[in-house]
Design a protein around this ligand. Structure first.
Ligand code: G6P
Length: 620
């Protein structure tokens, strides 16, 4: 890579006269491109996410946020692709979030198919979907278990949720993980001419680096749907240094909450000595922006779901579930059957509650099976089901069952009806990126008679909803959950309406469309906008029109200084003073960058094109 300091010297100074210029040392160059730090509006960082209408007074008709998205030809890449069928259940928040981006704004979405392949490269299987395209790849059979069941879901998933006791996996898993990432990057090469790449979730942490290694120079962004843990926790992950280094090849890293963003910054500090300034970290490759983008839902679509007809089969399923409660109050939990969701503690909470207040309230727990080939998930399913059986045996009667439990999946429209019927939404994950069920539950409520949300304080959604809105609880404390459920069940209408209104205003003020538009706008800003010949000189990653004025001022001042007859002392001094001033303006802005510039060792390309491991990285 061409370092900016080299090009500054050669581009602007044609003689060694410069080396004599006081104040001109060889650290000047890199700094020139830190300028755009200033151009990032501070408040944008702080205000990402739902606004608090009670503070801003802005409950207004929002124009269609999708239309505000820059007109970029996007490539979206994630492990799982949405089903694109409203009658099919969504699996996880990621799929639900991205479907509208592809259908409405014409993106290409690359992900895995349900079939495994032989690993041979084939043209990208693009299928038109709405305004966009979807390409489902048959990921190589040989590496898939190590990638999906192993490194992604037995190592990273529990670590990212700060549950080290759930971690397992073999040493080979990381190799499979990297090879599958490589495979996906090579498949994406077919669409290398689109404007930008937006990669999602922990399965694909190093994909941005792989895309760059293939020579794809478009802006690449990453969004993490899960939490990011503390430095100590990430240290438990094998190869964590190499992994985090590869993440620094993205131009934009997005997180759900401030907590996740701050944890990531703490990891950079602890493990690499890298500091950030105004959400920007500088490495040898350039600048990476880090920002929170709290994901939302589409409340209007949710309202439409409530009005939509269900298929006869689903209508039947919904009616028979609701019949169980015979009009009595019930709470609802809807979670993938995952140990991060705290379903076992929730069941314990019902045990507590029903001991104190027999037959006071029942629970409808919908828990579609998830990752059933991962051992921890099998164990968890057994634990949850045993606990439910105990509660039902201890507190139930022939006529009344405390917990109704199903592994069935439901469409969004069916869920909307069930949320609406439940007087309490219990969303108590041990830790969660955002948890869209919390927002969907609120969106489905009857404004005249809304239910109450009991929410884990460790769900990302708890950064959006405060104590005056949801009942925030410690998900590890069944007694606290039990008390909150009891409080919710007895809450007066007026208070319920007040809490609900406030949450609903937030949901409406920052929808899924605002989220994607914000992200894509930020990604767009990493696009190189200076002329190609200058980009060539300046290297990639730093250049952007906003960076150029200080650099140009300084370059001009130096050129003037170089042209002056050295015997003309007065002129010489004046030009030198101008040059010095321009240099100082440049330098002052960028000392921060300069100090940290080479903290990361420069990756040297191996024959395979993958950067070789730095000494010591193998110990991870
Ligand atoms: C979470 C993850 C998603 C994942 C989903 C379902 O929401 O953040 O990336 O797709 O769970 O998990 P699965 O393993 O079935 O794709």
């Amino acid at each position: 890579m061409v370092r900016i300091q080299d090009t500054l010297d050669t581009a602007t100074l044609d003689s060694d006269s410069t080396s004599a210029a006081p104040g001109q040392d060889e650290t000047i160059g890199q700094a020139a491109f830190d300028q755009h730090l200033d151009d990032r509006p501070q408040e944008q960082q702080a205000s990402a996410g739902p606004s608090d209408p009670s503070v801003s007074g802005e409950v207004e008709d929002r124009f269609n946020a999708v239309n505000r998205q820059p007109d970029l030809k996007l490539v979206i890449i994630s492990n799982r692709v949405a089903p694109f069928d409203p009658n099919k259940p969504q699996t996880g928040g990621l799929a639900a979030a991205l479907e509208p981006v592809v259908e409405r704004s014409g993106a290409v979405w690359i992900g895995s198919s349900e079939t495994r392949g032989d690993g041979i490269e084939r043209p990208l299987p693009l299928v038109p979907t709405g305004a966009g395209h979807v390409a489902r790849l048959d990921l190589p059979a040989a590496d898939h278990p190590g990638y999906y069941r192993g490194y992604s879901n037995s190592t990273l998933w529990p670590a990212l949720h700060s549950l080290p006791n759930r971690m397992s996996g073999s040493e080979e898993d990381y190799g499979s993980y990297r090879r599958i990432n490589d495979f996906i990057a090579r498949a994406a090469f077919d669409v290398r001419d689109r404007d930008a790449f937006w990669v999602h979730d922990y399965h694909l942490l190093p994909l941005g680096a792989d895309l760059h290694d293939l020579g794809i120079e478009r802006p690449t962004g990453f969004f993490l749907h899960t939490p990011w843990p503390t430095p100590d926790m990430i240290e438990c992950v094998p190869n964590h240094r190499e992994l985090m280094k590869s993440m620094l090849k993205y131009d934009l890293l997005g997180f759900q909450t401030n907590r996740d963003l701050n944890n990531f910054l703490a990891c950079l500090r602890t493990h690499f000595g890298l500091e950030s300034e105004d959400g920007v970290v500088t490495t040898e490759r350039g600048q990476i922006r880090l920002q929170k983008f709290p994901i939302g839902i589409d409340p209007e679509q949710f309202a439409a779901y409530l009005a939509a007809d269900l298929s006869p089969a689903e209508q039947e399923k919904v009616s028979s579930l609701l019949q169980n409660f015979q009009g009595a109050k019930f709470a609802i939990g809807v979670d993938r059957l995952d140990y991060t969701k705290g379903i076992d503690k929730r069941v314990e909470a019902f045990n507590e509650l029903l001991t104190k207040e027999p037959q006071s309230i029942s629970l409808l727990q919908i828990a579609p099976s998830s990752r059933a080939d991962v051992e921890e998930y099998q164990k968890y399913k057994e634990d949850v089901e045993n606990a439910i059986n105990h509660v039902n045996a201890d507190h139930g009667t022939d006529e009344w069952r405390p917990i109704h439990y199903t592994n069935d999946s439901f469409s969004q429209a069916a869920l909307a009806r069930l949320y609406r019927a439940a007087k309490i939404g219990v969303v108590t994950p041990l830790r969660d990126g955002m948890n869209l069920v919390a927002k969907e539950y609120v969106a489905a409520q009857d404004p005249q008679d809304p239910g109450v949300l009991v929410l884990s304080k460790f769900a990302g959604a708890a950064e959006d909803f405060n104590d005056d809105e949801a009942l925030l609880v410690d998900p590890n404390d069944p007694k606290e959950i039990a008390d909150a459920i009891s409080e919710a069940a007895n809450m007066p209408l007026e208070e319920r309406v007040k809490r609900w209104r406030s949450m609903m205003d937030k949901i409406q003020s920052y929808t899924i469309h605002d989220w994607s538009a914000d992200y894509v706008r930020e990604l767009d800003r990493s696009r190189v906008t200076v002329p190609a010949d200058q980009c060539l000189h300046l290297g990639r990653g730093w250049t952007n029109e906003a960076h150029m004025p200080l650099y140009r001022n300084h370059a001009e001042a130096l050129a003037t200084y170089n042209e002056i007859d050295p015997t003309d002392v007065a002129l010489n001094e004046a030009a030198y003073a101008d040059e010095k001033k321009a240099y100082e303006a440049l330098e002052a802005r960028l000392m921060h960058t300069q100090r940290r510039l080479w903290d990361l060792p420069i990756p040297t390309a191996s024959l395979s094109g993958r950067p070789e491991q730095e000494p010591g990285a193998g110990e991870d």
